[in-house]
Design a protein around this ligand. Structure first.
Ligand code: ADP
Ligand code: MG
Length: 284
């Protein structure tokens, strides 16, 4: 294995061309994931967020460019070695039919298993802790197929946590979750980042949650282009949101946290216009 850039961040993508057969999703895409950051990626549907995450986790091979993990090309690692360093929660996954929650989460321990050393107390403890953190311990004996979307999402997250990697890539970890569970999952990510020094990368749709939790925000625009990145307070402007999402809005201070709070402009349908174009009534 050749060490290319030992001084850079643990995870970075350099000049990637990402495509599926003939559909090119991104060209010249470079991102650095700051070590120990809680990096949040936002961007409109289909702009290439999941594709980027797949490339960062070596699930997709770039047509050009390279992803570097811990100073070496990620393509040069054995897959088990990648899985010991980096865990991916894909946007959608399907569980083997009939598998129970406990057995699925236990699969997260695969990269830690040795040929001759079978299931250990350490594996058991990691699985129990991961299920406790995501609140699915009570579901351990239930078939995954029988769960609600939100419960299933927490089970998958639990499997990634059981992998006990210090880099976590989470593609829309809050999808299907009610608001309280969304906050719970984001708080857990923030804790892993703040207390344990993990590097967490999450794709989120809610810009206000992104601004609250991200220590580093990456905004992507269609075509797999990074439109802006950095501290949310500096990145999140009304101009950027209108430019990237096509949504007129205002940015105010979040009254709880002081981070940017995006308020969409009131739609024009709230205004009833007279025949001469004057506004007759305006409902708030
Ligand atoms: N497996 C695939 N095969 C072909 N095209 C794909 C595949 N996955 C995604 N795409 C296309 O690549 C583009 C980027 O998709 P994706 O990375 O999933 O976007 P995002 O996660 O930002 O919504 C979209 O146009 C999507 O249709
Ligand atoms: Mg996606």
């Amino acid at each position: 294995m050749t060490v290319k850039n030992p001084s850079g961040p643990r995870l970075r993508a350099e000049d990637l061309t990402l495509s599926y057969d003939r559909r090119t999703v991104a060209t010249s895409l470079s991102v650095d994931i700051p070590d120990h950051s809680f990096t949040v990626i936002v961007g409109p549907n289909a702009c290439g967020k999941s594709t980027l995450l797949s490339a960062l986790a070596r699930m997709l091979t770039p047509k050009a460019g390279q992803v570097y993990l811990d100073g070496a090309a990620i393509s040069s690692y054995r897959s088990r070695e990648v899985a010991r360093r980096l865990g991916l929660l894909p946007q959608s996954s399907s569980a083997p039919g009939g598998i129970t929650v406990g057995d699925l989460v236990a699969r997260g321990r695969y990269p830690h298993q040795r040929l001759l050393k079978q299931w250990s107390a350490e594996d058991e403890a990691a699985v129990t802790e991961a299920m406790r953190q995501t609140g699915v311990l009570d579901l351990a004996d239930r078939p995954v197929d029988d769960l609600s979307g939100g419960q299933r999402q927490r089970v998958w997250l639990s499997m990634v946590l059981a992998q006990q990697t210090s880099v976590l890539l989470l593609d829309e970890p809050t999808t299907f979750l009610d608001i309280a569970h969304q906050v719970e999952v984001l708080d857990l990510c923030a804790e892993l980042h703040a207390r344990r020094g993990h590097t967490v990368v999450a794709v989120l749709h809610d810009l206000n949650q992104a601004c609250r939790y991200a220590t580093h925000l990456i905004v992507m625009r269609p075509g797999g282009v990074v439109a802006a990145q950095g501290d949310p307070a500096g990145v999140m402007t009304a101009e950027l949101v209108e430019d990237v999402f096509g949504l007129p809005c205002r940015i105010i201070d979040d009254p709880e946290t002081g981070t940017p709070l995006m308020v969409p402009a009131a739609p024009r349908r709230y205004e009833a216009e007279g025949t001469d174009g004057t506004v007759l009534t305006k409902t708030p």
